[in-house]
Ligand binder design. Structure first.
Ligand SMILES: Cc1ncc(COP(=O)(O)O)c(C=O)c1O
Length: 365
């Protein structure tokens, strides 16, 4: 008789799948309510850019054709905007696919990847699925990145180091000085995959100018996404910028039509919608100030963030998460390692108000 578990092997059978945030419609169905608020997946609360919407409608009739395998127009526009060469870019179905491509292309038998913890669980899931593993280096007090710890954890088997900056779920970041020091000290055949999913929200002055560093460090690969500040999470478009030869290798592994055509069209148009991007950043900044103020009033400690979410210490994260759900607010509980916290995405003004109102109720304040 067929034994699928055995066929998949221990790595796959032991995999704990990624836990996405609960969808709004699911909670509304469960609670029998009309309006739930989702602040769980670091999405853009403003909807999709108007220009993307228009472009999608105008091009819907062409969806009988296969997508452009090389994302020609998106590539051209993005290369110009970033000031990089077209062959230094690769697109994926979200930056998640870029993570997968990096691991499938470059991590061979017995090699491993490295990151700090807590960070984006997908690095570990994909590594394990590929028969490898992610070694996690615990962050320092206050969720600061421990670069000395990372350096010490590098072995001769380490192939990729994933550095989310700003980091998810902590919202903390590291400076250009720390990145340069790390790039200088690791072997130059280790890929340093800099995950900048939240870069558009950053306002720290010493945040790395990673595009500039690409010129000097051929082992640096930058990953970015249209899922956050560009408001296109459901379309699944992410990309990497890196050395042309490395990108060429990733391209050989990539499915020929990986990024669907509506997604390409939406992302290309979103690059032109500077007003949407500006409003997204402004809404996030204002929401952050408001939530900081309310957390301070409630005596709750939070981790200062450079992204569009805040990790806040509520005492009993699981209880607060469950109670908020019953009140129609979806936030994120991150498991026993962060038992005292919930992570809340920064929403619109009314969503943030609703969250705070319900949080006060749940905390009995
Ligand atoms: C640090 C980090 N990297 C990558 C992603 C993946 O984004 P996407 O696959 O939507 O581009 C996320 C999404 O939450 C993230 O937090």
């Amino acid at each position: 008789m067929i034994d699928y578990k055995k066929l998949a092997g221990k790595n796959i059978a032991d995999l704990i799948p990624y836990q996405p945030g609960k969808p709004i419609k699911e909670l509304e169905r469960e609670l029998g309510i009309k309006k739930a608020v989702k602040l769980a997946s670091n999405e853009n609360p403003l909807g999709i850019p108007e220009k993307a919407k228009q472009a999608i409608i105008e091009n819907l009739h062409e969806m009988n054709r296969y997508p452009l395998g090389d994302a020609y127009y998106l590539r051209e526009k993005l290369a110009e905007k970033l000031g990089v060469k077209k062959n230094e870019l690769i697109f994926g179905t979200g930056s998640n696919e870029i993570i997968e491509l990096l691991i499938r292309t470059f991590v061979k038998n017995g090699e491993t990847v490295l990151s700090y913890a807590p960070s984006f669980s997908v690095y570990g899931i994909i590594a394990q699925a590929a028969g490898s593993r992610c070694d996690w280096v615990k962050m320092k007090e206050g969720f600061e990145m421990d670069f000395e710890g990372l350096k010490n954890a590098v072995t001769d088997k380490t192939r990729i180091v994933f550095l989310a900056n700003p980091n998810n779920p902590t919202g903390t970041y590291f400076s250009e000085d720390l990145l340069v020091d790390f790039l200088e000290s690791v072997r130059d055949d280790i890929i340093v995959a800099l995950d900048e999913a939240y870069i558009e929200y950053v306002d720290a002055g010493d945040y790395p100018d990673s595009l500039k560093l690409l010129k000097k460090y051929k082992n640096l690969v930058i990953m970015r996404t249209f899922s956050k500040a560009y408001g296109l999470a459901a379309f699944r478009v992410g990309y990497a910028i890196g050395d042309a030869e490395g990108i060429d290798m990733l391209n050989r592994v990539r499915q020929p039509f990986n990024v669907n055509m509506l997604a390409q069209i939406a992302a290309t148009a979103a690059l032109d919608d500077t007003d949407f991007l500006r409003r997204s950043i402004k809404t996030n900044r204002e929401g952050k100030i408001y939530l900081y103020k309310e957390f301070n009033n409630l005596g709750l400690k939070y981790i200062p963030t450079q992204a569009n979410f805040i990790l806040v210490n509520v005492g009993d994260g699981k209880r607060v998460f469950d109670e908020l759900l019953k009140e129609g607010v979806i936030v994120r509980y991150l498991g026993p390692g962060l038992a005292e916290y919930v992570r809340v995405s920064i929403g619109t003004e009314s969503e943030n108000n609703f969250f705070i109102e319900k949080l006060k109720k749940v905390l009995g304040k």
